[in-house]
Design a protein around this ligand. Structure first.
Ligand code: SF4
Length: 499
């Protein structure tokens, strides 16, 4: 199968299961090489960057606590944020879902008489399919982040939340630029030359396009400030040059006070790019009185399933995510499959817990299984999201959802689990099953292990051997031992004592 078999995102329709999509990726040796090299390098750098801070664990704990408190009082903080943004000259729009947000953006762009927008890299706008929605309205969105531009020119989807083109080598990028950008026939694959070609292309857009669209890393309820963190400076150009700025913010990106920023601006760069500080951190508090910056600032507050996630006590921790991507870089599953296999704007461990909650387990039921549950993601997460715990919780939801249909109730796995539950609930039945199993397994035990089970159970032994039922269980041994006549230990002969 080719990669064209992978359905596009975003989607609310059942997507290709992770297990099937992963097979496409695993067959691509170039992709595995690129992924392995990139994630190994960034993992090593992150460890060093984190070790420099003696209070790293305290920072993580603070990051978790602030986010959890914000989520507990999200209604209050959102109202405060709206008031603050309005006070400093911004206009707040509320969007219940992606369609709502896309419509608001398109209307705002059309009101300017514009047909193009420049965009700062934003997962939230990817989630709602903004570029595609704008294209339907005849508006072209130009991605200005280098990696996002590469993905846009290649007509692909991102495979990493921070480094969307992580799966591409320099040679592949050079070929792409030569095909799609002007004056690039003699382009080399030197990173500087590639960056210069992209810069020449983008500069024209920054200077001519009147509307910019951004996501938001953090919004401060107290001051109405919006924060965007980036590496290349393209975001700063979008924030300062166009006349109108439209920012789309998921409602979970809120933090209560300006002071809280000190925690996240230490946690985020070290966890994501292993830097002490990211090169560009832009803060936007409404409109600048001297006309420095845009004349209009619109902030769209997006729900799109987040309220539903918030209602789930265990699952809501996914909303703490600050999109650092440390969990992707450490995950052994992501390292081998890359991001496309997840069929999700949010790949890797965070995608495996966030996407099924945003779009419903019925639409992304394979993602909670895209993990070995090794727990490495939990160890590196700067805001201590217990990803394995949420994965297990979601697996339970997937199973319960399957059990709602007749087909699901009659599925062999479901029937087998029901039968096992009955067996485990009764010591008598359990002992009887052990005896039956001991007899039945004679056909499949070879050299002391079961390396191949027949039929439906065969999937279990395709990657592991199963130990057979022991010839004698502990209980049987104990019972046998108790039945044996007790033999009194011989006493040593007494020595005679003489007066
Ligand atoms: S879940 Fe944690 S480690 Fe993963 S991207 Fe979010 S904040 Fe980073």
């Amino acid at each position: 199968m080719s990669r064209e078999g992978v359905p596009p995102l975003p989607t609310k329709q059942p997507a290709m299961a992770f297990q099937d999509a992963a097979k496409l990726s695993l067959a691509d040796s170039q992709l595995r090489f690129n992924m392995g090299k990139a994630t190994t390098t960034i993992r090593g750098k992150r460890v060093k960057a984190v070790q420099e801070l003696p209070d790293w664990e305290a920072l993580r704990e603070a990051g978790r606590a602030i986010k959890e408190r914000t989520l507990r009082h999200l209604d209050k903080y959102l109202i405060q944020f709206e008031e603050s943004v309005t006070r400093v000259g911004g206009k707040v729009h509320w969007a219940a879902d992606g369609d709502d947000a896309n419509r608001i953006v398109a209307d705002l762009v059309k009101a300017q008489g514009a047909r193009e927008v420049v965009k700062i890299k934003s997962l939230t706008t990817d989630e709602i399919g903004l570029n595609e929605a704008l294209a339907h309205q005849g508006i072209t969105a130009h991605e200005t982040d280098l990696a996002e531009l590469i993905i846009q020119l290649a007509d692909e989807r991102s495979s990493h939340i921070l480094v969307p083109a992580i799966h591409k080598s320099r040679a592949e990028i050079r070929e792409l630029f030569r095909r799609t950008l002007e004056n690039t026939q003699d382009l080399s694959d030197d990173p500087k030359a590639l960056a210069a070609a992209a810069r020449a292309h983008l500069r024209k857009k920054f200077l001519t396009v009147p509307v910019a669209v951004s996501g938001v890393n953090f919004g401060v309820a107290e001051t109405g400030t919006v924060c965007i963190v980036e590496s290349e400076g393209n975001g700063r150009m979008c924030l300062t040059l166009p006349r109108v700025l439209i920012s789309v913010m998921g409602i979970e990106k809120l933090i209560p006070t300006w002071r809280d920023m000190e925690v996240y601006l230490q946690l985020l760069p070290r966890s994501s790019t292993a830097e002490r500080m990211n090169p560009y951190t832009s803060f936007w508090t409404g409109l600048a009185p001297a006309g420095d910056g845009p004349d209009e600032f619109h902030l769209i507050l997006l729900d799109d399933g987040r309220s539903r996630v918030l209602a789930d006590r265990e699952g809501r921790q996914a909303l703490n995510c600050i999109r650092c991507s440390a969990c992707l870089n450490i995950c052994p599953v992501y390292e081998r499959t890359g991001g496309h296999a997840y069929n999700s704007v949010y790949p890797g461990p965070i995608g495996a817990i966030l996407t099924p909650q945003l779009v419903g387990v019925e639409n992304a039921g394979s993602l909670p299984y895209a993990s070995s549950l090794c727990g490495a993601c939990y160890e590196v997460c700067p805001v201590k999201i217990n990803i394995p715990e949420v994965l297990v919780h979601l697996r339970g939801k997937v199973v319960r959802h399957k059990q709602e249909s007749l087909l699901g109730r009659l599925a062999p796995e479901n029937l087998a689990m029901k039968a096992l539950a009955k067996v485990f609930a009764s010591p008598r039945r359990y002992a009887a099953m052990q005896k039956i199993g001991r007899q039945g397994q004679k056909l499949v035990v070879k050299r002391g292990v079961i390396d191949r089970l027949p039929g439906y159970l065969g999937g279990w032994t395709s990657v592991r051997d199963v130990y057979p039922v022991a010839p004698q269980t502990f209980r049987e041994w104990w019972t046998q031992r108790e039945r044996q006549p007790k033999v009194e230990p011989k006493q040593p002969p007494r020595e005679e004592t003489r007066p």
